[in-house]
Write a protein that binds this ligand. Structure first.
Ligand code: ZN
Length: 63
């Protein structure tokens, strides 16, 4: 299992692809990251339930 990795997400507001650095050693996590392009807050959700298939979700903060 990786301890950390880059992950690509799509900004739910402007559709730009962002590369995030995810620290998997922190376990399942969700946090807010401002889009680098449009500066709106994106809710990032890291699902580590399957170490072979780590999922990173990006959602609008107010949903
Ligand atoms: Zn954006």
């Amino acid at each position: 299992m990786y301890l950390s990795s880059d992950a690509e997400i799509i900004c739910p507001y402007c559709g730009e692809t962002l590369t995030l650095f995810i620290d998997y050693s922190a376990g399942h996590q969700s946090y807010v990251e401002d889009c680098h392009i449009c500066c709106r807050p994106i809710l990032i959700d890291v699902d580590l339930s399957d170490p072979e298939q780590i999922e990173v979700y990006a959602r609008p903060e107010n949903e």
